[in-house]
Design a protein. Structure first.
Length: 187
């Protein structure tokens, strides 16, 4: 099986949130708490020795995703052909009914829920419908700094320097997130 994933160049990201806005626009996600891709600011040190970086994070489409195992209705599945983790909203019990078991087990808070009665889980689907047509994920296409890429993880490891950790992200060898980084180094 080919495993698809993300590459993120932390040295290029300027925290503009264009990736997150493009995703919300493409998938018609209302303004509010649901963000399939999130940009976080990382600050270290104290003025005048303050250091800053950003991290863009979505679902990591793990090789061994804990959310799939935690879902009591099998609403979350991992596609065999590309390893992309997808959600069937029809099967999802919703936040209140289930207790958001998927969110509780995800170290990166990828599962997203609206602030409404028994909202269904939603998350990044790696733009699988675009990828299947040979196009890039919308976040990758939108990034003005060329800080993102999506593709087979083994190809990304060969194309870019392979690092599984970055400022603001701790990998997990148990779940094996499908993301590699060019990390910003704070010295």
């Amino acid at each position: 099986m080919t495993q698809y994933g993300f590459y993120f160049d932390q040295t290029r990201c300027i925290g503009c949130h264009t990736c997150a806005v493009a995703c919300k626009d493409w998938y018609d996600i209302n303004a509010g708490p649901v963000n399939w891709i999130r940009v976080k600011e990382i600050l270290k040190g104290k003025y005048p020795e303050l250091k800053m970086a950003y991290i863009s994070i979505a679902c990591n489409h793990c090789a061994d995703p804990p959310c799939v195992k935690a879902c009591p209705t099998n609403a979350i599945s991992k596609r065999e052909k590309d390893g992309i983790v997808i959600v069937n909203s029809e099967k999802c019990l919703g936040y209140k009914e289930c207790g958001a078991k998927c969110l509780k087990v995800c170290p990166w808070n990828a599962p997203q829920f609206l602030n409404q009665e028994n909202a269904k889980m939603e998350k990044c689907n790696l733009c699988f419908e675009r990828v299947e047509k040979g196009k890039q994920a919308i976040c990758v296409e939108a990034c003005p700094m060329f800080a993102l890429d999506v593709g087979p993880i083994e190809e990304l490891k060969q194309k870019y320097i392979y690092n599984k950790e970055a400022e603001g992200f701790n990998s997990n060898d148990k779940y094996k997130p499908s993301i590699i980084f060019n990390p910003k180094k704070f010295s």
